[in-house]
Design a binder for this molecule. Structure first.
Ligand SMILES: NC(=O)CC[C@H](N)C(=O)O
Length: 305
């Protein structure tokens, strides 16, 4: 029954694929097949449902900002992170540097590039990339996660804009360490290869207050609460407000086509759909989640009867 609903959700999203495009500003992402579509749902009771291209690997891109924020909160602490990065939606594109000029020069939030590059600079001296890779595997329950070297090299060859952001952050005193190391760390985190299933695993961890399916606590409760709140308000970039109204499930998108969603206390949802809308969010993914949210009353403010 639930499987039927998921199949139906996927088909509800599929017609929208043609209205979007795959990202091409990172050349390697332009090679993705725009027609791919898959959804995985991992529930707290241990049941798992999948439909479509849920085992295809793609780069996590901005969804890594969730992992990095969680690790930064654990390793550097709440105060250190939020003294340097805000918690407000920016209303601008994910790669914007407009609001970095002016009196309040801090990045608006950790879910956009400027904020995540700052967060990378906080973590990088304390946690190695190899350790982050291992953490990502644990959080997602997926030992198959590796650094996608092609995507990494491709992004590094077109990284000028993020490099500009990083140096602007240094000039404002937000980044104090080695800027190039922070940038490299950020791009490597974006280049982790995941599947819709890995994202469902990560979603379940967050839905379950930071406790993995074996009962082991991987993240503090406070960390998980903060991460989910920032996902709700800022996870879909300048589309976050409308998404919160229409779907109402804390989510994070990436330009690789991934979507991570957390139905609190219930389930983690992972979607792969590389055809993106103008804001860089999976276009079919949005529609799938909207369908599931209304059919299953998953909106955080859905009337419970
Ligand atoms: N929105 C995204 O997924 C952006 C991530 C990408 N690596 C970038 O920095 O541009």
């Amino acid at each position: 029954m639930f499987q039927d609903l998921i199949n139906e959700a996927l088909e509800t999203g599929r017609p929208y694929i043609k209205e979007g495009e795959v990202a091409t500003y990172i050349p390697e992402l332009g090679r993705a097949d725009k027609n791919k579509l898959g959804i995985s749902i991992f529930c707290r009771d241990g049941s798992r449902f999948s439909c479509g291209d849920t085992k295809d690997r793609f780069s996590i891109q901005s969804i890594s900002k969730v992992i990095s924020l969680a690790v930064a909160l654990e390793v550097c602490g709440f105060d250190m992170v939020f003294e340097n990065v805000g918690m407000e939606p920016s209303g601008d594109a994910f790669n914007s540097l407009i609001k970095l000029e002016g009196s309040n020069s801090h990045p608006y939030n950790p879910m956009i590039n400027s904020g995540a590059i700052a967060v990378a600079s906080f973590i990088e001296p304390k946690v190695s990339f190899e350790e982050m890779l291992e953490l990502a595997r644990c959080f997602c329950q997926d030992d198959g996660i590796v650094l996608d070297e092609k995507v990494y090299r491709s992004e590094m060859s077109t990284v000028a804009r993020n490099r500009a952001i990083a140096y602007l952050l240094e000039s404002k005193g937000v980044i104090n360490g080695n800027v190039e190391e922070a940038l490299d760390f950020y791009v490597k985190m974006c280049s982790l290869s995941v599947t819709a299933e890995s994202l469902a695993g990560l979603g379940l961890l967050l839905a379950n207050d930071g406790v993995d399916p074996s009962g082991k606590r991987l993240l503090n409760s406070d960390t998980v609460r903060v991460v989910k709140t920032i996902m709700l308000t800022c996870g879909m970039y300048d589309g976050s407000g409308e998404f919160a109204v229409r779907v109402g499930i804390p989510s994070k998108s990436g330009v690789g086509g991934g979507l991570l969603s957390v139905v609190d206390g219930k389930m983690g949802i992972g979607i792969y759909g590389p055809s993106l809308d103008a804001k860089g969010n999976s276009i079919a993914g949005r529609k799938i989640l909207q369908f599931l949210s209304s059919q299953m009353k998953l909106h955080i403010f859905a009337k419970k009867d």
